[in-house]
Design a protein around this ligand. Structure first.
Ligand SMILES: [Fe+2]
Length: 362
């Protein structure tokens, strides 16, 4: 089977080379054959009905969306899970022999890094271009995102009234001293938020804001769910979390006593630039063997039905603004999102890490 597939790949490469150059090709069997095959026109590739996914997502029932894809297309989705850095290392080590067709992850920083390291290939697809707003995809089409996670301010309504809240920046005010629960600097969620500040304010001013947060911190907690539980238990009054963690707690207990405030909604200039959103997304791997199936999976996730299923699985917001969010989060109200292109979170990640170190942010 493997031999037969190899022979097919070589034959297909030769056809392309002959058509493209009008002359014979390099020696069959060299790694170059795989390279050529990877860029074959899609209709020429012969594929088994399967797509292999490396995923760092750990959101359980999200993946139920993929069963629906299989039912509709007959293409089976096989997962291998791991941490982001680990999966990138695996892709690098496996090179052209990787079984992975798709890399699935969260956070624009992770998608950007994978693309920078040459692990993803560009995909030209009208479906993806039409359904995914530009802000939420790689300018070179190496990755696309399907749903949004809003990182915003959480508070206890007995100890904070919403009128006291406004922007992320305002949480640096001494008024919040000893009242703030924060996620450590090692988390990409924190790094993206700080990258956002660097983009808008420049390094020095961003560092002042972050130093203010660090001074006000009651505690650094490496779990958004635990930040929310600590606010509920009185350990702090305010925190910064991804919205879906609250959705999960509310699903368990509709009276869970913490609320979300959509940050940076009002005012002129940066105060009203919109709430900070990050992404869940994917790209086709550089050496994918099932490129057709991989693209079909991404296109399905960009479709109204696929995107809704996928987003609902983790209470995330579909990137297609015509789609309604899950019924648990819909009542939390509409909000304006910061229009920044999210690939910048990748570009500014290293600077954000350095800045937090200098600002005394743990
Ligand atoms: Fe998360």
């Amino acid at each position: 089977m493997a031999l037969r597939r190899f022979a097919l790949l070589v034959a297909a490469s030769l056809v392309v080379l002959v058509v493209a150059c009008g002359q014979t090709s390099p020696v069959p069997g060299t790694p170059r054959d795989f390279e050529e095959t990877a860029t074959l026109p899609r209709q020429m590739a012969k594929e088994e009905p399967v797509v292999y996914v490396y995923s760092s997502r750990h959101y359980g029932q999200v993946e139920a969306a993929f069963a629906e894809f299989t039912k509709e297309t007959g293409i089976e989705v096989r997962f291998s899970f791991g941490k982001d850095a680990e999966l990138r290392e695996r892709l690098k080590a496996e090179g052209e022999f990787t079984p992975a067709d798709v890399l699935f992850t969260v956070d624009a920083g992770n998608l950007w890094l994978a693309a920078e390291e040459g692990l993803l290939q560009p995909v030209e697809s009208d479906v993806l271009a039409e359904n995914i707003p530009e802000q939420w995809r790689d300018p070179e089409n190496r990755w696309f995102t399907f749903s949004l996670r809003v990182r915003t301010i959480a508070y206890h309504p007995d100890r904070v009234v919403p009128s006291e809240l406004s922007t992320y920046e305002a949480l640096a005010d001494p008024k919040w001293e000893g009242r703030l629960c924060l996620r450590p600097s090692t988390k990409t969620y924190t790094q993206a938020l700080v990258a956002n500040l660097i983009h808008y304010y420049g390094y020095e001013k961003a560092r002042e804001i972050v130093a203010g947060w660090a001074r006000n911190a009651a505690e650094f907690i490496d779990s958004d769910a635990r930040i929310l539980k600590t606010i509920a238990a009185g350990g702090c009054d305010v925190g910064i979390v991804n919205h879906y963690y609250l959705a999960r707690l509310v699903r368990e207990d509709p009276h869970f006593p913490v609320k979300l405030f959509w940050a940076n909604q009002e005012g002129e200039g940066l105060d009203g630039r919109g709430v900070h959103a990050n992404v869940s997304g994917a790209g086709v791997t550089r050496h994918a063997r099932h490129v057709n199936n991989a693209v079909r999976l991404l296109e399905w996730l960009a479709s109204e039905k696929g995107m809704k299923r996928f987003a609902d699985g983790n209470y995330e917001f579909p990137v297609n603004p015509n789609l309604k969010p899950h019924e648990i989060v819909a009542p939390w109200g509409a909000f304006k999102i910061d229009p920044i292109p999210v690939y910048l979170y990748g570009q500014l990640q290293a600077e954000a890490i350095r800045l937090m170190d200098e600002a005394g942010y743990k």
